[in-house]
Design a protein around this ligand. Sequence first.
Ligand SMILES: NC(=O)c1ccc[n+]([C@@H]2O[C@H](COP(=O)([O-])OP(=O)(O)OC[C@H]3O[C@@H](n4cnc5c(N)ncnc54)[C@H](OP(=O)(O)O)[C@@H]3O)[C@@H](O)[C@H]2O)c1
Length: 271
Amino acid sequence: MMNATIGLIGAGQMATALGQGLIKAGLIAHDQLLASDPSEIARERFSRTLNARATPDNLDVVDWAQIVILAVKPQQMAEVLSQIRGRIGPERLVISIAAGVRCAAILEALGPQTRLARVMPNTPCLVGRGASAYCLAGAASPADGEIVAQILGAVGVAIQVDEKLMDAVTGLSGSGPAFAYVMIEALSDGGVRMGLPRHVATTLAAQTLRGAATMVLCGGDHPAVLKDRVASPGGTTIAGLQALEAGGLRAALIAAVEAATRRAAELAAGA
Ligand SMILES: NC(=O)c1ccc[n+]([C@@H]2O[C@H](COP(=O)([O-])OP(=O)(O)OC[C@H]3O[C@@H](n4cnc5c(N)ncnc54)[C@H](OP(=O)(O)O)[C@@H]3O)[C@@H](O)[C@H]2O)c1
């Protein structure tokens, strides 16, 4: 159990998922959480879902919480930073989850001595299966890194990286759920093409990806070793793998991550 108070600026989807994960994991109690949001609907939904308090005033959160999580959309960040500027002392840890907002921009607004972490979460955080990366900046210490890892760990897996790798993280795990959905949909189409009912095909496809991912994450074997174990000589799987290679699946996935990374860099630079 953490004994810190946690404030969320922005009480939207991600803030609600994070708060829910923290309470469910037993890391904090309901009364250690406070969110702010100008939207009454968002506040009401947050309070109802989490049995936690919400306020319209961002400064209530900043003055109360020891850990302040900036959970607004990137385009709302400048406004929030200008509101809370001057109210964040060295006793607070600030965590930004806004995609593409660089640490330098936040430190410029809040001061270079701010204890800051920047996080790139992904949408499966909403179901407790996120793949997040974070970096530390300003006066953040390794102990702050452990706090960030604990918070993100409540909604999935979290890995520390250098900030220069954040665009690549965005290209892989940020955009990656969409790539995986296309793979699930295409596998399902294959099943339907071969006569399976759609709901059976989609369930089998999604569960197959989940099972394969769990084998990689839990077993420690390289994906190529696991693939070789499934492909017996002259068998069905090697026939399918030949079709995948002919269709260029590997090259397409590598190119997808590269394209998404380049676009993340362009967006962060304001293009
Ligand atoms: N959703 C994801 O899975 C995901 C994945 C990766 C990264 N992220 C990052 O997480 C952040 C939040 O995303 P989200 O999907 O949770 O967005 P969201 O559901 O739109 O939540 C943001 C909330 O902040 C409110 N807000 C707007 N201006 C504000 C202000 N000045 N002060 C306080 N609150 C304000 C918004 O109200 P209004 O609706 O009235 O504007 C909204 O309720 C984004 O920066 C995004 O890049 C999200």
